[in-house]
Design a protein around this ligand. Structure first.
Ligand SMILES: NC(=O)c1ccc[n+]([C@@H]2O[C@H](COP(=O)([O-])OP(=O)(O)OC[C@H]3O[C@@H](n4cnc5c(N)ncnc54)[C@H](O)[C@@H]3O)[C@@H](O)[C@H]2O)c1
Length: 353
């Protein structure tokens, strides 16, 4: 799997979760969206735990309908104790075996794709979540839902960095509503199953996770910029370029996700991201210029039709809750993470953006 992961990154994650991962010994896990960017990492980490850490292996069932999995996701390598089933989770999944954990990571995550598939985006976050909650409830399994930092919408600056208690500023109409509103509804379903049915649910709100393995045609900002660097084209910054984001390197994010799957307080939502630095898109382009050996130019352009405008001006997580309750702490610096990603992208991307 040299093309999708840096082996050292997987080692780093396995090392950092080695103590808590013992809970997984001999357990049964259902993972949705398992051929996407995050899902492929989960499978790889479970496989590595099976090979070197756990007394008894985890058995993993992976569901994905491959709608946005790309050519990377379409190839399913053989792993022991992992079964891949092509399934659209908006339909119930008939499964009678035991389950200890259900991880619902299926979703349409990139703004480019949720502009193209707005109904499917809503269905996977609402109907898909409901179906997976039913399975978790039936099996008394722990349930983790991949929500998003986008549920906070376009925050008032006094709520930046955002705490989990911030209710958000989200439009129910407009090009981003299908994603933001359906993730909010998915979180509400988790809340109902927890409070009414006693299901142990958690929601995870990731803030811009990046790293090796992102599809070149993912269209999120870092793979988009890396692809244009590869082809020697100027970077296209949409809007006025002052919108800010924070970026969390994949190994830090994975450690946070596993901490929530295994130790999250039932019923709770957790921000998982790296609050430092909060950086504008113009400064991101400048940083890439400094750390990359290529001569990078950038243009500031109007939002293309394929990309939903109306984007939030600021995005930065308050991660004190995950830190205090779960001991989550990102340790990979921004420039270090960017270097790892750019070196990988330079080897794998062909410059097609
Ligand atoms: N990566 C991030 O920074 C980030 C940030 C916020 C939220 N999230 C959420 O985390 C989850 C995983 O993100 P990712 O970056 O791996 O996204 P991804 O697009 O790379 O992977 C999602 C996977 O879900 C699958 N899928 C979509 N609809 C499905 C359906 N109806 N049935 C079965 N499979 C379906 C896709 O084919 C794809 O393989 C998503 O729910 C996303 O919304 C991710």
């Amino acid at each position: 799997m040299k093309n999708f992961f840096l082996s050292n990154d997987i080692d780093e994650v396995v090392e950092r979760i080695s103590t808590i991962s013992k809970d997984l010994s001999g357990k049964n896990v259902l993972l949705t969206g398992g051929r996407g960017f995050l899902g492929r990492y989960f499978v790889e980490v479970f496989d590595r735990l099976n090979k070197g850490v756990l007394d008894k292996p985890v058995t993993l069932i992976v569901l994905d309908n491959l709608i946005t999995a790309g050519k990377e996701g379409a190839q399913m390598p053989k792993y022991d104790h992992v079964e891949f089933i092509k399934h659209n989770v908006i339909h119930p999944f008939a499964y009678e075996g035991p389950l200890d954990y259900v991880i619902h990571a299926a979703g349409i995550a990139s703004p480019y794709y949720y502009r193209a598939y707005p109904i499917e985006t809503m269905e996977v976050a609402i109907n898909g979540t409901r179906n997976m909650l039913d399975l978790a409830e039936k099996s008394s399994a722990r349930f983790s839902f991949f929500s998003s930092s986008e549920i906070y919408g376009d925050p008032d600056t006094k709520h930046v960095p955002m705490q989990e208690s911030y209710r958000g500023n989200v439009s129910c109409q407009g090009p981003r509503a299908c994603y933001d509103e359906s993730k909010r509804a998915g979180e509400t379903l988790c809340y109902i199953y927890h409070t009414q049915n006693g299901t142990a649910t958690n929601t995870i709100r990731p803030f811009n996770v990046y790293g090796p393995g992102m599809q070149e045609t993912d269209y999120r900002v870092l793979p988009n910029f890396a692809s244009r660097i590869k082809s020697g084209s100027p970077l296209h910054i949409y809007g006025d370029g002052t919108q800010t984001r924070t970026f969390c390197y994949i190994t830090d994010a994975l450690v946070g996700f596993f901490k929530v799957f295994l130790k999250g307080v039932p019923g709770e939502a957790y921000n998982i991201g790296n609050p430092k630095p909060e950086i504008s898109m113009i400064d991101l382009a400048k940083t890439l210029k400094i750390i990359s050996s290529s001569k990078i130019k950038y243009d500031i352009i109007e939002y293309p039709d394929s990309y939903p405008a109306d984007e939030p001006m600021r995005r930065s997580p308050d991660i004190r809750k995950a830190h205090l309750q779960l001991g989550f702490e990102p340790i990979v610096g921004f420039e270090e993470g960017l270097c790892r990603f750019l070196l990988w992208a330079d080897e794998v991307y062909v410059g097609e953006q």
